[in-house]
Each structure stands twice: as C-alpha cells, then as structure tokens.
Design a protein around this ligand. Structure first.
Ligand SMILES: [Zn+2]
Length: 202
C-alpha cells in the first residue's frame, strides 16, 4: 500500500477520476509545490518536543488542535482516530505510539478527546442501517458477521468522554511493552474554544 501511494504521489498529475474534490486538491498541490510553499514546513522525522498526541479525526480539530496546543510542524507525532480511543492493546494506535516512543524518541503522550464528539453515541445497529442505505448488501453484512465481526461491539460509541480518555491513558501507561519512562496524560478539548481540561487518572 505504501508503494502504491508513493507511485500516485510521484505521478502527481494523473487525474483522480470522477472526484471534483480530489481533482481540486491535486491542482492545489501542483501549485503548492511549484511555488515552493513547502519550504517553511521543513523539518525531520524526530519530534522536537518528544511528544505524541492521540486525538480525534474530527474536522473541527483539523487546525484547532495544533493551534490550541501551540504545535508547529516537527513538534509532535499526531495520531488521529475516531473518538481519540486506544481501542485495542495491539491495534494500529498502540503500534503508532510504540513506534513514536521506541523509534522516534517520544517521552510524553497526550490523549486529547473533545466535547460533542461524533463517535461518542455511535451504535453498531445504526451504522449497519446506514450501510444498507449506502448499498452494502445484506449478504456482505451477514458474511462479515459469519467471519466473527461483532458490529455492536466494534462500532459502539464510547459513551462517557472522560471515562474513555481514562481507559486509553490506562491502557498506554500499563501496556506490557511500553517503556516505563513515558509520561501519559489525558484531556478533553472544548471543540469550539480549544480549551483543554485535564482528566484525572484512575
Ligand atoms: Zn471526535
């Protein structure tokens, strides 16, 4: 997959097909590179603040998160996932954190959930209904169930935001192969003002 994305980036000018959004992005990208606008973002792969942030994919946080934390390019590893949840001890978020710590020198981890998160009140059955509406056949849904996917569990919202942050902090802090020097702290960000409220650990 990495090779494929490298190829498409290298080609750059290839039309994306039927998406005006992606075509617009590609046009911007060509101009961005030609004008040398990347120069002010130059940095290396090591985070200057030795910091990793686990936060939500929410669009309100796209720029707000970095601005409210005072982070610029090169400062921190930012891991974005629905609900800012570390849902599985050996899933992709934990993998990213371990890489950040063991390969890239991270010493501090912040888990930053936010108010009014779209992932908070999700339900597996509602999402299955949405899939049906979006032309996913009953046959495919049943096939996934037969393969052992428990949609109600996998697609469930986290309910209480602070409790979800506490769980993620706990999981990172007590992870069997997380080096013990790493400091982990949890927060809830106001999605409008960017204000951080600390979440007390267990
Ligand atoms: Zn969210």
């Amino acid at each position: 997959m990495e090779e494929a994305s490298e190829t498409s980036t290298a080609e750059g000018t290839a039309p994306s097909g039927a998406s005006p959004t992606i075509d617009g992005i590609l046009a911007h990208n060509r101009a961005f590179v030609e004008r040398g606008e990347y120069e002010r973002y130059a940095t290396d792969k090591y985070p200057d603040k030795k910091l990793a942030v686990v936060s939500c994919m929410d669009t309100r946080l796209t720029e707000l998160l970095a601005a409210a934390l005072g982070l610029k390019n090169g400062d921190a590893k930012i891991i974005k996932v629905a609900g800012a949840e570390v849902a599985h001890p050996f899933g992709s978020v934990m993998r990213s954190l371990l890489i950040a710590v063991c390969e890239l020198g991270v010493e501090d981890v912040m888990v930053v959930a936010h108010t009014n998160c779209g992932a908070q009140h999700m339900s597996g059955s509602d999402m299955i209904d949405n899939m049906r509406r979006l032309d996913v056949s009953e046959e495919r849904i049943e096939f996934a169930r037969h393969c052992g996917i428990d949609f109600d569990r996998w697609l469930a919202g986290f309910g209480d935001t602070e409790e979800s942050v506490r769980k993620s902090v706990d999981l990172i802090r007590n992870h069997p192969v997380m080096p013990p020097h790493v400091r982990v702290a949890g927060f809830v960000m106001d999605s409008v003002t960017g204000e951080l409220k600390p979440v007390d650990a267990r």
